[in-house]
Design a binder for this molecule. Structure first.
Ligand SMILES: CC(C)(COP(=O)(O)OP(=O)(O)OC[C@H]1O[C@@H](n2cnc3c(N)ncnc32)[C@H](O)[C@@H]1OP(=O)(O)O)[C@@H](O)C(=O)NCCC(=O)NCCS
Length: 194
């Protein structure tokens, strides 16, 4: 059983919500159970990504290093319905070209359970990630999403001030949950100066 608390964090953290329609709160100590439940969203459209337990646990742990955060949106009844994570840039992980000491943060793993979408939750989580990176004196935050025409996150990122890094894309080939889903997808990169 994994510890529900990030051991490098200060415990519970509640934030006042921005424009979201629910009376929930954002917390930064998301358990593995809550993280994996919401991340199952990636097994459906538009990504159809396969997430084995091993891969899920690896992703969770990669977001629990120093300066990393997993934020969850919790309803009043305690249910976690959305997540987003930030972790420091790892040289070589993506085809972005930043110096190792550039204080760059990577935003990843943003998902909202289908029943709670289009109420502003992901936008609030995105804003929280940006605010947290800024408070830690990071100077840039970047993310990757699938090409604009199929991405569900592109417009949210744009609204939050991310700009597409022109000419930078990456073809990613991962197993998909649907036989008809193309295993190759084109990912674009977006960044925001803080
Ligand atoms: C992307 C996602 C996290 C958004 O969560 P959310 O809580 O519904 O987001 P918000 O309510 O803050 O924002 C709603 C916005 O999502 C975008 N959106 C919603 N459905 C969409 C769709 N089918 N296609 C493209 N964009 C869509 C729109 O920009 C919408 O804003 P608008 O109504 O003003 O156009 C959610 O749809 C999701 O979990 N999708 C599956 C996982 C995923 O693709 N994650 C992003 C990986 S990069």
């Amino acid at each position: 059983m994994l510890n529900a608390f990030n051991n490098n964090k200060k415990g519970w953290l509640s934030m006042l919500m921005g424009n979201c329609n629910f009376n929930g709160e954002i917390r930064n100590n998301v358990s593995y159970e809550d993280f994996s439940k919401v991340m199952k969203s990636f097994t459906y459209a538009p990504l159809f990504e396969e997430w084995s337990s091993k891969k899920m646990l690896k992703e969770y742990e990669s977001n629990r290093t120093i300066d990393s955060f997993i934020f969850g949106y919790y309803l009043e009844n305690g249910e976690c319905v959305a997540v987003a994570a930030i972790r420091p840039f790892t040289p070589g992980e993506h085809p972005v070209d930043y110096p190792e000491d550039s204080k760059t943060m990577y935003l990843s793993d943003i998902a909202t359970l289908p029943a709670y979408r289009n109420h502003g939750i992901a936008t609030d989580l995105c804003t929280t990630c940006i605010k947290q990176a800024k408070e830690m004196d990071y100077s840039r935050i970047y993310l990757t999403t699938i090409e604009k025409k199929s991405s569900m996150f592109y417009n949210i990122a744009k609204k939050c001030g991310f700009k597409t890094i022109s000419d930078l894309c990456q073809e990613v080939n991962v197993p998909r949950t649907r036989p008809y889903a193309n295993t190759n997808k084109l990912y674009i990169f977006m960044s925001k100066e803080l």
